[in-house]
Design a protein around this ligand. Sequence first.
Ligand code: AMP
Length: 182
Amino acid sequence: MIAVIIGPPGAGKSSQSELLKDREHVVWVYVGQLLRQQNNPDISRVMSRGDLVDDNLVNGLIAQELAKIDPAKVVVLDGFPRHTPQAAWLIDFAASSAHSLRVIIHLKISAEESLKRLRGRARADDTKESINQRLTDYQANIHPLIDYFSDHGIEVAQIDGERSVERVFADIDKLINHVHQS
Ligand code: AMP
């Protein structure tokens, strides 16, 4: 099954995924990292601006990754989809693959908290302009994205990401186990 984890920059998506991937049944697919690993200057340029990379390219990379993973595992898809066209692709892809799309985890923090956390991080693409761009994209896309999943009968769980890493993890871990076993 696929469990999507979405949220604003700095919400803790990757920190939580790092913890989840220690579970035997979990495989972490981190889209930002997949893109960085392409070592493609065109992609790096888009990423350093904080813009979204071309949908066809991203979708293709995800399809390739998922094809390598045992469908009995829980795929934690980190940072995808970012907007409704990607969500539409994912729903179609999952319908025709052995990986079923079961749950969307929306890890929520405020814009103020997002800015605060990113200022304290040292990632190459965390410039002021790129952070603002990613936050603007997130704010424009998140509600249509959530509505789209809900309209397609896919559960969207809202998780408060402003608590301690351990408490957030306890909630996400419990939720994924519950969905996986049902
Ligand atoms: P992240 O590591 O999730 O913060 O993503 C870093 C950067 O990778 C983003 O600012 C985008 O440029 C790119 N990226 C990550 N996920 C996606 C996606 N689903 N679609 C397009 N671009 C993405």
